[in-house]
Design a binder for this molecule. Structure first.
Ligand code: ZN
Length: 302
């Protein structure tokens, strides 16, 4: 059988990654654009894909998109595939799925950036023995994608794990939080911009020995213990810019075990915690690889 080709787009708040690959994960062409206005961004994506497809003499079977949100992911909705109430100027209620489909005349499968990242990580061979996984990004914002019983979780809208409430001891941390909706939710306390505002310096300039990281690790560990007690994931993957501080992983692992306090008995909450709370195997490419998986999935017969 001849090879098939697919497109993958990771649409972020500041940059957009585009990849064209064959059905065996082999990349053919790749490009990064700054995310500008919706029309400019769709034009950039379409131009790159059209040029590549023409010069390689191929045809795309489908395109997968992992996008910032919130997104409307209800297939029955009139605004299915739209970015909805985003504060990002010009992008409110933009039909991202429809515009890419009409620009390129090919089917587009869309999901949230974090669901795509979860799917990308789940595609690893090492994950074939599990059915439940959570990918959390901790960066400019905080969000999570869930694989439950082998499938992406959508539910009412889609999970907004960045906005759960955490214990916040005002005597230890008087910082009020920065979420415009909830102030001291998880994202309001622990995102990159929250770190910067609390400590009055850019998050990537806070030194390793600063007390910031212990507190950061504690908030993340509280969030993980909520997660472990609700969906019981078999793997927790932590990505995003804040997690480039590799030493945070050990702080988070130790504090999660401490908070769980031996209530749930599993080797993964004891000596094997290093195999449980992990960094992304695709490094910064989980979302893009997941978008490619979305494209593969959509072209498979049911
Ligand atoms: Zn919030």
């Amino acid at each position: 059988m001849s090879k098939q080709y697919f497109g993958a787009i990771e649409l972020g708040g500041t940059k957009t990654n585009v990849l064209i690959a064959d059905d065996q994960n082999n990349p053919l062409a790749k490009k990064v654009f700054p995310t500008l206005s919706p029309t400019e961004t769709v034009t950039d994506i379409a131009r790159f894909i059209k040029t590549t497809v023409a010069s390689e003499g191929i045809e795309l079977k489908s395109i997968g998109v992992g996008s910032f949100g919130p997104l409307d992911l209800h297939p029955d909705s009139k605004t299915y595939g739209f970015i909805t109430t985003t504060p990002k100027l010009g992008w409110e209620f933009f039909d991202i799925k429809g515009k890419i489909e009409s620009a390129l005349d090919v089917h587009v499968e869309i999901d949230t950036d974090v669901n795509a990242a979860a799917l990308g990580e789940y595609s690893f061979k090492a994950m074939q023995t599990i059915q439940n996984l959570v990918y959390i990004t901790i960066g400019t914002g905080i969000g999570a994608g869930f694989i439950v019983n082998g499938e992406l979780l959508h539910g009412l809208v889609h999970p907004e794990f960045g906005h759960i409430r955490l214990p916040h001891d005002q005597r230890v941390d008087p910082f009020p939080g920065i979420c415009p909706y909830h102030r001291d939710c998880f994202e309001g306390l622990a995102s990159g911009p929250a770190l910067a505002e609390r400590w009055r310096m850019p998050a990537d300039e806070i030194p390793q020995e600063h007390v910031a990281w212990d507190l950061e690790g504690e908030y993340i560990a509280y969030a993980l213990s909520d997660l472990i007690c609700t969906v019981s994931p078999e793997k927790i993957i932590l990505g995003g810019g804040v997690m480039h501080r590799y030493y945070l992983y050990d702080i988070i692992r130790a504090k999660t075990i401490q908070i769980m306090n031996n209530y749930i008995r599993s080797k993964y909450l004891e000596e094997s915690v290093g195999d449980y709370i992990i960094s992304p195997r695709w490094k910064n490419e989980s979302g893009l690889m997941g978008a490619l998986c979305l494209a593969y999935q959509s072209s498979r017969p049911d």
